[in-house]
Design a protein around this ligand. Structure first.
Ligand SMILES: C[S@@+](CC[C@H](N)C(=O)[O-])C[C@H]1O[C@@H](n2cnc3c(N)ncnc32)[C@H](O)[C@@H]1O
Length: 273
């Protein structure tokens, strides 16, 4: 156990040392399982990789650091201009090309990629009609025959009413409410079976699916409020004053909700000709 990390959690988030140790040990197990599964999939693919919904690039960094081979190209797709520009500035790696585009239409030729992958992005996907399969069809076009489409996302399996049983589950409603302020639809939380159905709908075969149990982070609510407060001004600038009511509602619910984390699904399938 890395005692410096324990100290950081105690100092930054006010955790008891024992709670910090138990969280870190569960997180290590989670990371090892994630690496085993993703490493297995990356071992089967060759050619360029497309990452969908790269956001601030946390997964982009992991892909470059842990899974991509030397010389293997990574196209990181992000629809928001500001996020794409920041991503371009913040990661220097000659294998990376940031593409500022909506997934509905990708500026890549047919069959350009051996793997299309996304993490923690599809539940957050926004489109005019909320039809996530329609938003992803062009991503199947850019996949080469035998290429793999892998989605890795938060799901509500194990919860009867995820918004009332988990602070993170409730938090995800905020994305749906923010998209509605722009007159758009966010796909939102789903169950792992919906991800299987999605891959089938996209015409993929040999579908595999696994559920990862994410460790609860005891300081989730405090940490999330702090992050949101840092961004409140930017939220108001982008979405207008309606954001304040959405945040107040979220904080009221946070007062009564446990910091239960959402499990993650990793689902993947292969493209046939
Ligand atoms: C929760 S964030 C991504 C988190 C990131 N993948 C990670 O693992 O740290 C989801 C991202 O998907 C982007 N996004 C949403 N809809 C999209 C679409 N239709 N096409 C491309 N990107 C989209 C959002 O702008 C946002 O940056």
């Amino acid at each position: 156990m890395d005692e410096q990390q324990v100290e950081r959690l105690v100092k930054e988030h006010g955790l008891e040392a024992e709670a910090a140790r138990s969280y870190l040990s569960a997180a290590d197990e989670y990371n090892a399982e994630e690496e085993r599964i993703l490493g297995g999939v990356f071992g089967q693919v060759s050619g360029p990789v497309v990452e969908l919904g790269a956001g601030r690039g946390e997964f982009t960094r992991e892909l470059l650091g842990n899974y991509l081979k030397p010389g293997q190209r990574l196209y990181a797709v992000e629809r928001l201009d500001t996020a794409a520009a920041k991503l371009r500035e913040s990661i220097t790696d000659e294998r990376l090309e940031v593409i500022n585009s909506d997934s509905v239409r990708l500026p890549l030729p047919d069959g350009a990629a051996g793997l299309v992958v996304s993490r923690a992005a599809l539940h957050d996907f926004v489109s005019d009609d909320g039809d996530v399969a329609a938003a992803l069809r062009d991503c199947v076009r850019v996949l080469a025959p035998d290429g793999v489409f892998l989605v890795y996302d938060k799901v509500s399996d194990g919860f009867a009413d995820v918004e009332r049983e988990s602070a993170e589950g409730r938090m995800e409603r905020m994305n749906v409410e923010l998209a509605a302020l722009e007159g758009r639809k966010c796909w939102g939380l789903h169950r792992s079976g919906d991800y299987r159905a999605l891959l089938e709908d996209l015409g993929l075969g040999e579908i595999m699916l696994t559920l990862l149990d994410t460790p609860d982070f005891p300081a989730y609510v405090g940490m999330t409020k702090k992050t949101i407060e840092e961004k409140r001004k930017a939220y108001v600038k982008r979405w207008g004053n309606g954001v304040n009511g959405i945040l107040d509602g979220l904080y009221r619910d946070f007062d009564t909700l446990p910091p239960r984390a959402l499990p993650m699904v990793i689902a993947w399938g292969r493209k046939y000709d």
